[in-house]
Design a protein around this ligand. Structure first.
Ligand code: NAD
Length: 461
């Protein structure tokens, strides 16, 4: 049977939030648009297509009062943004986060379009996000000084299920196995995907596993999906090490490499586990509770065990506590931001000392910071490449669901490795062809594919 993560326990342990960097001025949509415009300069994009791709095709805003265990209702709001469906049905995660905004969801849906095109899977980009609508909060909560926003960290499983059912019902008209297929993202997981599938299936009147991916195995999930994002990041990190060694920019192998990882969730914990097994010394990790450091290397299996009990990385005692932002500046071989967007900015990029930046998170580096990293000669594996493993195996899961024929883990891992390595090599070749950064190269490769689909559909006319 499938393994479920207990959201309630995990969430309860993460209530002591620490800041990783000042993200308050970060405009994620503008940053994503700038990346698009910058890369588009290298392509001969017809005007109509160029304009179409700057905005999502559709954004649905939904509102839903959700019943809490107390019997009260809290006002939630959410969005589903669908950026571009030219290459196939839309695809993208759903995040539950107190800071989620409409613009963030739109930016993430754009990134999904580029990511799917870069790894050449037949999808367009979408994204969903939910938060508590503080402006619509009942007066009694506003006046209570001790009231804390429970979303999502202090909510019970029943409350999260009510919220998920409500959100699914509201976005029902625009999702479906051939329309738009959600998946897990920040603070959502396979259990929540199972709830979405159940609600959708009950609304259409038959079991429809392919409406979501990242489901539990027992409901038609794919072997390897739970680890796929981390695994894709691991594969591209290994490729980067190989590439840098070949070019003599790196004079040691995996066994001498060090790593720091920000965020120890779905993505970050798997990168940690795989790099650790490959011989890397993981010297620092963090989560919302704080950051820990040990120059001799952290015991990753022990930390994973602590996390699985609902505790935080800060509860691991054989390490020194460090300022969470300091983790970004350690002199390591590989830095893996695996938490949220906008953490490497123009104010701190000059302090980054890693040789390789493997962006497991979406949008962790602002465009201004990217320029600084480029000048410093840091080898960047951009988010749309580094974290694409999740959507690749989501695609495999969708295919398996439609065919009702399931693959073994070996086949999933082999196909994932092939896709990731191919995309990595394409980025390197494009960077060399246009003499641009890896990030711009990844965008050029992706935008070109989307443009070709648009032209073939007659969208340029
Ligand atoms: P998650 O909720 O499982 O984990 C997020 C982690 O970041 C947690 O350990 C949390 O404690 C930590 N975190 C949050 N705020 C922090 C802070 N202020 N300081 C330090 N750590 C903090 O989410 P996830 O699914 O692992 O997603 C992480 C990133 O990876 C996101 O940007 C997401 O969009 C991206 N991503 C995830 C997937 C996937 O399949 N899960 C796929 C592609 C991209």
């Amino acid at each position: 049977m499938f393994k479920l993560k207990s959201i309630v326990i995990k969430i309860a342990s993460e209530k002591n939030k620490t800041t990783i960097a000042d993200r308050s001025n970060f405009d994620f949509f503008k940053a994503s648009l700038d990346l698009y415009k910058n890369a588009a300069r290298y392509l001969n994009i017809p005007d109509r297509i160029y304009l179409s791709l700057q905005r999502p095709e559709r954004v649905l805003k939904v509102r839903m009062p959700v019943k809490m265990d107390s019997g009260d209702y809290l006002p939630f709001q959410g969005w589903r943004s669908q950026h571009c469906s030219w290459r196939g049905p839309l695809k993208g995660g759903i995040r539950f986060h107190p800071d989620t905004t409409r613009n963030e969801v739109i930016a993430l849906s754009m990134l999904m379009t580029w990511k799917c095109a870069l790894v050449d899977i037949p999808y367009g980009g979408a994204k969903g996000g939910v938060n508590l609508d503080l402006e619509a909060l009942p007066e009694k909560y506003r006046q209570d000084k001790n009231w804390k926003n429970p979303f999502p960290y202090l909510m019970s499983k029943r409350e999260l299920k009510n919220l998920t059912d409500n959100f699914t019902e509201k976005i029902f008209p625009i999702i479906g196995p051939k329309i738009d297929i959600p998946a897990p993202d920040v603070n959502t997981n396979s259990e929540i995907m199972g709830w979405i599938m159940n609600k959708y299936s009950s609304m259409v009147g038959y079991t429809e596993p392919s409406v979501v991916t990242g489901k539990p195995l027992g409901l038609g999930g794919s072997a390897g999906r739970d680890k796929a994002t981390g695994q894709g990041c691991f594969i591209t990190t290994k490729e980067a090490m190989k590439y840098l060694s070949k070019n003599r920019e790196l004079k040691y192998g995996l066994d001498k490499a060090t790593c720091a990882i920000q965020g120890f969730g779905n993505a970050g914990s798997v990168v940690a586990e795989l790099l650790d097994k490959a011989g890397f010394k993981i010297v620092a990790v963090s989560d919302r509770s704080g950051a820990i450091y040990n120059a001799r290397g952290l015991d990753i299996p022990k930390i994973a065990d602590i996390k699985s009990k609902g505790l935080s990385v800060s509860d691991f005692k054989e390490a020194e506590k460090i300022n969470p932002e300091e983790l970004l500046f350690l002199p390591v071989t590989v830095l893996v931001p695996a938490a949220l967007e906008g953490v490497i900015t123009q104010n701190n990029a000059h302090k980054v000392q890693a040789k390789i930046l493997a962006e497991a998170a979406n949008g962790p580096t602002t465009p201004e910071a990217n320029k600084i990293l480029e000048e410093k000669g840091i080898f960047v594996i951009p988010d749309i490449l580094a974290n694409a493993g999740g959507v690749v195996v989501s695609y495999f899961e969708w295919v398996q669901g439609l065919e009702q024929f399931y693959w073994g883990l070996d086949q999933v891992e082999k196909e994932l490795e092939t896709k990731m390595r191919k995309a990595f090599n394409e980025v390197i070749a494009t960077a060399s062809k246009y003499n641009v950064s890896n990030r711009t190269a990844a965008f050029i490769t992706a935008i070109n594919r989307v443009m070709e689909a648009g032209v073939a559909r007659g969208k340029a006319l």
